[in-house]
Design a protein around this ligand. Structure first.
Ligand code: CAA
Length: 286
């Protein structure tokens, strides 16, 4: 099974990066957002990433043009019709994702693989939104942010996922330069199962006054050699996204290390979602 045409639903932090790496690996990519301005904003972010790479001498001007020529934005789901692979990277909410998958199931050619970039929701739960034959070609393909930089993909098979679909996605991930790990279909999979208690504990330390946000992050960066501190990383991922993942894990396991801290609930309720809104645990002057 060859994957040449890729439809990426969602052009946000994850979606634009997912589109970029597929186009860089020679695939024809369509990026979908219901509002075309958001699809165009995603492509503008890709252009910015590629321009930085050209300026640093890491990418040839011709390669940059080639990658951009392979990416098209759309606000029309019907453009997914002849895709070989659909990657869904929309908001981490089971109803939002399920509604989109149900629509795509009625549009996309029957051999296409459906891959969700969900960071925590069970693949079987999402696969329930599509017809039974399609479930054999439904799986989780979880990227890490920033997608062009982080060389990992978690591959999650649902109970109906076929060997062929899993192998096709594994081969594709290799072409994208990503290392693949396989996770069972459990809440949070492997990486977020490890990461989320760390982020939550840093937030609890912060709300209990153990240290300033700056000192907590410096502790992890300088004392543990983490590239970003846990509060800074939460701001980078998006506090709404982190909260969504925590809720899925807490609902799934019921254990206190996954419970969303009050400070996180409050920041999200106030609309402080991290880097993307200019404020989270830290401020990001624009
Ligand atoms: N998009 C694209 N490229 C980016 C980028 C972005 N947002 N940010 C940085 N880069 C690139 C830079 O261009 C640079 O590329 P070159 O090496 O080719 O020059 C490279 O990344 C390193 O960047 P910098 O030197 O500017 O910055 P840095 O050394 O501080 O590294 C970082 C930046 C790679 C983001 C680093 O801070 C890091 O690894 N942070 C942790 C990221 C992480 O943990 N991600 C996982 C989050 S969890 C997740 O995504 C899954 C989930 O379900 C929540």
């Amino acid at each position: 099974m060859t994957i040449e045409r890729v439809f990426v639903a969602g052009a946000g932090l994850m979606g634009h990066g997912i589109a970029q790496v597929h186009a860089a690996a020679g695939r024809e990519v369509t990026v979908y957002e219901p509002d075309i301005a958001r699809a165009e904003a995603g492509i503008a972010r890709i252009t910015g990433n590629l321009d930085r790479a050209v300026a640093k001498g890491r990418l040839a001007e011709e390669a940059r043009s080639g990658i951009l020529a392979r990416i098209t934005g759309t606000a029309d789901l019907a453009d997914a019709e002849d895709a070989d692979l659909v990657v869904e990277a929309v908001f981490e909410d089971v109803d939002v994702k399920s509604a989109l998958w149900a629509q795509l199931d009625g549009i996309v050619q029957e051999d296409a693989i459906f891959a969700s970039n969900t960071s925590s929701i069970a693949i079987d739960r999402l696969a329930a939104a599509v017809s039974e034959p399609r479930r054999a070609r439904f799986l989780g393909m979880h990227f890490f942010s920033p997608v062009p930089v982080m060389p990992l993909v978690e591959l999650i098979r649902g109970s109906a996922t076929s060997d062929d679909a899993a192998e096709a996605v594994r081969a594709l991930a290799g072409d994208l330069g990503k290392q693949v790990i396989v996770s069972a279909d459990r809440p949070g999979f492997i990486v977020n199962r490890i990461l989320i208690p760390l982020l939550g504990e840093a937030m609890r330390a912060y709300e209990q006054g153990v240290g300033t946000a700056q000192d907590i992050d410096t502790g992890a960066k300088v004392g543990l050699n983490h590239p970003m501190g846990p509060l800074e990383l939460s701001d980078f991922i998006g506090l709404d996204v982190v909260l969504g993942i925590m809720r899925v894990l807490h609902e799934g396991f019921g254990e206190p290390q996954f419970a969303p801290p009050a400070v996180l609930e409050r920041l999200v309720a106030e609309g402080h979602l991290g880097q993307k809104t200019g404020r989270g645990f830290h401020a990001y002057p624009r």
